[in-house]
Design a protein around this ligand. Structure first.
Ligand code: GSH
Length: 214
């Protein structure tokens, strides 16, 4: 199985954590020719990372890859519990992908102070912070995001929060976490797989930012 991914890609970090927590054998390769290159789009039509190639089967969208891997390799499960537990886990995974992370991603174009639009960047970062604040109502860490076992809900946020911690000072801002999110962060970074991949992502992000963030 091949995962097309690079350490700086936060959506890839989520799938890498899942593969490693489930002890699935995989090779991680950068996309041939880079993001959206014709070579890579021959394999992964959208040209985004992560992309999964399992034999002849190729698929992208981290959420879809996550579901595919849970179905194909149910044990150890990262979707423990019953139908309502699964819905809560999927809800938090989608919350990250659709409602939280995109505000941060849109600020990539605003990193350079010379070309920055202050209103656009402030609006995006305000919304990003509001979504973090809302998590205080959405989660009740026990101690993981959706219960006493790690699940797919836990995997997307660590790399995004790390990215935010590195990026926000560029905008003279700091990310703020309420007590529930902070308690969850302390639990999740204790997991050695999550910690190793998040640390690698932090290092790659620093290098990316030092190179101008392009
Ligand atoms: N919804 C997608 C988002 C993936 C995404 O934005 N990946 C970034 C890297 S972290 C990417 O491929 N960017 C290049 C592009 O959008 O062309 C997913 O969940 O996989």
């Amino acid at each position: 199985m091949i995962l097309y991914a690079i350490p700086v890609s936060s959506y890839s970090a989520k799938v890498r954590m899942q593969l490693e927590l489930k002890n699935i054998d995989y090779d991680m390769l950068p996309p041939p020719g880079g993001y959206s290159s014709p070579e890579y789009m021959e394999i992964i039509s959208l040209g985004t990372l992560p992309g999964l190639k399992d034999g002849d089967f190729c698929i992208s969208e981290s959420d879809v890859i996550t579901s595919y891997l849970e179905e194909k390799y149910p044990q150890p499960s990262l979707m423990p519990g019953d139908a309502q537990d699964h819905a809560r886990q999927r809800y938090m995974a989608r919350y990250h992908d659709l409602w939280l992370e995109p505000h941060l991603r849109k600020t990539f174009a605003q990193l350079d102070p010379a070309t920055r639009d202050e209103k656009i960047s402030n609006d995006l970062l305000d919304k990003f912070q509001q979504r973090i604040d809302l998590m205080e109502k959405l989660i009740e860490p026990a101690p993981y995001m959706c219960g006493d076992q790690i699940s797919i809900a836990d995997l997307a946020f660590p790399a995004t929060f790390t990215l935010a911690e590195l990026m926000l000072p560029v905008f003279s801002r700091e990310i703020r976490f309420g007590p529930r999110v902070q308690a969850w962060r302390e639990t999740i970074y204790d997991n050695p797989v999550v910690k190793a991949i998040t640390d690698e992502s932090r290092q790659a992000t620093l290098e990316w930012m030092n190179g101008g963030g392009g």
